[in-house]
Design a protein. Structure first.
Length: 202
């Protein structure tokens, strides 16, 4: 269940979504703008709901297929369907296929994706979308990830398996402000490179 000052929504054990409260901007999602004093069913979802946020006027839900749907007030594109028209029923957010959670703000919405990246959409006059601009977007845009600084790791020693009958040293040198490292695996004498792994960030 999730709530705001204006309306409430609950996902039942059956998977049905029920909402109630103020509905002046279609935030209930039942196809009307009639205030609901008791819960009504919200339909039109392509899959079951796994997470949702009612926000202020623009609720959003993440579905089990990785897509997201939003509805209600959309003056700044916070529904994310490529328009600024207020949908009175759930509308598919453009381009999201691997969403795991969503958060709805007053004029913008954001989703965390399964690869841990974030996309946002809606108003952006103060840089709320995090994409390095202050231009609003009617569809999700990627939040610019900050550079990652890794600390210098020490050597890691791995025991050999019976099939190799060797021990191997895994080590790498740190580069200031590097976002990833290249790991080279040497034989026990340290003379031969057995393998190389690039892009190591852990």
């Amino acid at each position: 269940m999730c709530s705001s000052d204006l309306n409430e929504c609950a996902v039942l054990s059956s998977g049905t979504l029920k909402c109630w409260g103020l509905n002046d901007n279609y935030q209930i999602g039942d196809g009307t703008n009639t205030m609901r004093l008791t819960p009504v069913t919200v339909s039109g979802f392509a899959a079951s709901i796994v997470q949702m946020d009612v926000g202020f006027y623009s609720p959003c839900a993440v579905l089990s297929n990785g897509t997201a749907m939003c509805w209600g007030w959309n003056a700044y594109g916070q529904v994310g369907n490529g328009t600024a028209v207020n949908p009175n029923v759930p509308a598919l957010v453009s381009g999201l296929t691997n969403a795991v959670s969503v958060s709805s703000g007053y004029t913008q919405s954001c989703a965390v994706l399964s690869d841990t990246t974030v996309k946002c959409w809606g108003k952006n006059n103060y840089g709320q979308l995090g994409n390095g601009t202050n231009v609003a977007s009617l569809v999700p845009v990627a939040v610019v990830a900050p550079p990652v600084t890794l600390t210098a790791p020490g050597s890691v020693v791995a025991s050999a398996t019976a099939s190799t009958a060797k021990s191997i040293d895994v080590s790498w040198g740190a580069v200031a402000n590097a976002s990833s490292y290249t790991v080279k695996i040497y034989d026990s004498s340290g003379a031969s490179v057995l393998g190389t792994k690039t892009g190591v960030s852990g």
